[in-house]
Ligand binder design. Structure first.
Ligand code: SF4
Ligand code: SF4
Length: 298
């Protein structure tokens, strides 16, 4: 499309790239008017959600201008930003949108470099053509503000298929627990220990499901430490579709046992058998104790 002129959003760090853009201006260096600069206090302030939202709202390209490594006004905001954007790009790859996001180090003294980056990135986006999201006339629902929802909409909009997500670019700090169904007894200790609410214990009638959300684990390994059965191991990685769907993966399903007093399912059979405990639920046991105490006091 020869007459296509891309719209490009540029998040520019106040201390470097924004000043570089300013310098390019005062030095009368030309760069394409396609760039819409947004000044941010630090590139580390650029939430990946901003980038996704810009793309979802129709920007053909987005770039982030950050300080050179070691020059960040806030120590390492630029390093964190680069990692986040690298990760975001790998998330966007299955949607074919990763090439539309750029990350550049530009200092306040590099007006010339800013103009070059602006020109090259604009040409690059021009070659890619219009953002497919823009062409699909998607209506933006204002209430959908979370990254998950945006990604879900992206998936639907461009008819992305569920597929294998390459995790090689997942930065450190993303992981997920894996429960061994041969060893797990569904005691729930791991769920109690996990501060991030990664592990789910769901009782539905006669079945207890032990599962996990693949995307919120911070690899603290508290669950591994507390598991009395050595049934859990924490792996590094990230599951995009689980993240998008916000559904827990189910690792273990256990048959529940009924309380012989009230008839309610109360604990996994394997756990009760292992403990050689009575088939009485905690509520009924407490009631029995209370009854005995009353008898003692009388
Ligand atoms: S993984 Fe370990 S701690 Fe978690 S429910 Fe199973 S046995 Fe209990
Ligand atoms: S490693 Fe930490 S965050 Fe991850 S599931 Fe285990 S306790 Fe939760």
């Amino acid at each position: 499309m020869s007459d296509f002129e891309p719209k490009i959003v540029a998040f520019l760090c106040n201390w470097c790239a924004y000043a570089g853009a300013d310098l390019a201006g005062v030095s009368r260096l030309k760069y394409p008017p396609n760039i819409v600069p947004i000044r941010v206090p630090c590139s580390g302030r650029v939430d990946p959600l901003f980038v996704v939202y810009a793309l979802y709202s129709g920007a053909d390209g987005v770039f982030i201008g950050a300080c050179h490594p070691g020059d960040c006004h806030y120590v390492d905001g630029n390093i964190k930003a680069e990692r986040r954007i690298r990760f975001l790009k790998s998330i966007l790859r299955p949607f074919g949108l990763d090439e539309r996001v750029g990350f550049f180090h530009i200092s306040a003294a590099e007006g010339k470099k800013f103009a070059e980056v602006a020109r090259e990135f604009t040409n690059h986006i021009r070659k890619l053509g219009p953002n497919p999201i823009r062409l699909s006339s998607v209506k933006v629902d204002e209430k959908r503000t979370t990254l998950c929802t945006l990604l879900l909409n992206l998936t639907e909009t461009i008819e992305a298929k569920e597929g294998v997500y390459a995790v090689e670019e997942v930065p450190e700090g993303f992981g997920y627990p894996v429960m061994n169904p041969e060893r797990c007894v569904g005691c729930g200790a791991c769920a109690t220990a996990c501060d991030q609410d990664v592990i789910t214990i769901t009782d539905t009638g006669d079945v207890r499901k032990v599962g996990h959300y693949s995307c919120y684990c911070i690899l603290c390994r508290k669950c591994e430490e507390i598991c009395p059965r050595d049934a859990i191991s924490v792996e590094e990685g990230f599951d995009l579709m689980a993240f998008i769907k916000r559904e827990p993966a189910v690792d273990v399903e256990l048959t529940m046992r009924k309380c012989t007093v009230c008839g309610r399912y109360f604990a996994p059979e394997v756990e009760i058998d292992l403990l050689e405990a009575e088939n009485v639920c905690p509520d009924c046991r407490r009631k029995e104790i209370a009854k005995k105490l009353v008898e003692v006091w009388e």
